[in-house]
Design a protein around this ligand. Structure first.
Ligand SMILES: Nc1ncnc2c1ncn2[C@@H]1O[C@H](COP(=O)(O)OP(=O)(O)OP(=O)(O)O)[C@@H](O)[C@H]1O
Ligand SMILES: [Mg+2]
Length: 334
């Protein structure tokens, strides 16, 4: 029988719906909520209201673009957590209603496992075991992936996520939210070695990004006192130097993890895996260490329902379904 999955992702500020047929993505519609740039970060209450406004349109668009009718579906999946509770509730309630109305199985998918599984959307796909560096707005994790749903966190941030470090550094420079992609763009024309920021000293495979963020803040403040046009004159170089420092931290820990676990299949995932320098550096390092690397397409790096659909495909293989009483878990941790 054909397996036709509708997936819904509403964990943060992107409303997304996707259709997968037999594990192949047929559509992936993403409606981002630009409204948060006015506030310098995601406002949870506004995010849930925007999901409520967008969800029907996004789901209809996903069905239309995949040329699938509601009656062709045979499973409904959604992001169960982690994320913002009000946002998760919109996707979860919508999925529950649809599964009840159409009498279809319901599958709540872990958002962080789904980020890792974005590496299974397109070929080539990784062999097990592999290590995935998952870097996003809320998480920075080194994940040992033993099987599709058998994953273990072997390192993670003790404070801020690297995406947060990009966004908060951008805010210091007067760049609107989300600053990560803009820092990436400005860096193309900057000198990454012009300014140096102190690197965190964190043991083993864990990360810390709050210190570097503070050192960027004090550095910029002190320079602005000397020259009020410092940011304006040096924006490309400051951006490139911040990006270089953050990516260097990620690469160093990734090498350490690969050596410690003697694993040479290496993947990346999450919004920050869209970063051009990270993608370039991984390709450089792979030659030195003889890695086989897996890098998802940009549209599957930031939040998207395609990765939830792929997640659901593997949940179905393991017969992991939810019942109608299921509730989202904003702090879900695997
Ligand atoms: N090219 C880029 N360079 C650096 N950072 C980027 C780039 N593109 C996106 N980001 C960052 O990715 C983050 C968003 O990623 P994603 O959508 O996966 O996070 P999230 O869903 O908010 O968090 P989580 O997945 O941890 O719940 C933001 O911090 C954004 O600045
Ligand atoms: Mg995410």
């Amino acid at each position: 029988m054909k397996e036709v999955i509708l997936a819904i992702e509403t964990s943060c500020d992107d409303t997304s719906a996707a259709i997968a047929i037999n594990g192949i993505i047929k559509s992936n519609i993403i409606k981002s909520q630009g409204v948060h740039s006015n506030y310098g970060g995601v406002v949870p209450e506004i995010s849930s209201r925007e999901h409520q406004k967008n969800i029907i349109l996004v789901v209809e668009e996903a069905l239309k673009s995949a040329k699938v009718k509601k009656n062709d579906l045979n499973a409904i999946s959604f992001t169960i957590g982690p994320g913002l509770l009000g946002s998760l509730l919109v996707g979860c309630s919508f999925a529950k209603s649809l599964s009840f109305a159409l009498n279809l199985p319901l599958i709540g998918v872990d958002h962080m496992k789904a980020h890792v599984l974005s590496n299974f959307i397109d070929n080539p796909i990784p062999d097990f075991p592999f290590i995935c560096l998952t870097v996003s707005g809320g998480h920075t994790q080194l994940v040992l992936v033993k099987d599709f749903l058998n994953m273990k966190i072997i390192g993670e941030t003790l404070d801020d996520a690297v995406g947060e470090a990009f966004d908060k550094s951008a805010k210091i420079l007067g760049i609107e939210y989300p600053g990560g992609p803009i820092i990436d763009k400005l860096s193309q024309k900057g000198n990454p070695l012009k300014f140096k920021f102190s690197k965190p000293k964190v043991s083993d495979l864990n990360f810390s990004f709050s210190g570097i963020k503070t050192s960027i803040l004090y550095f910029v403040k002190s320079q602005m006192e000397k020259d009020p046009e410092f940011i304006e004159k040096n924006l490309n170089d400051i951006s490139a130097s911040i990006q270089y420092s953050l990516v260097e931290i990620l690469i160093e820990k990734l090498i350490k993890a690969a050596n410690k676990y003697k694993i040479s299949n290496i993947a990346i995932a999450g919004g920050v895996s869209a970063n051009s320098l990270l993608r370039i550096e991984i390709e450089k390092v792979k030659k030195i260490y003889n890695w086989t690397t897996f890098i998802p397409k940009i549209e599957y790096c930031t939040d998207n329902a395609a990765m939830i659909a792929i997640g659901a495909h593997y949940y179905i293989k393991e017969k992991r379904f939810d019942d109608i009483n299921v509730c989202p878990n904003p702090r879900l941790n695997f």
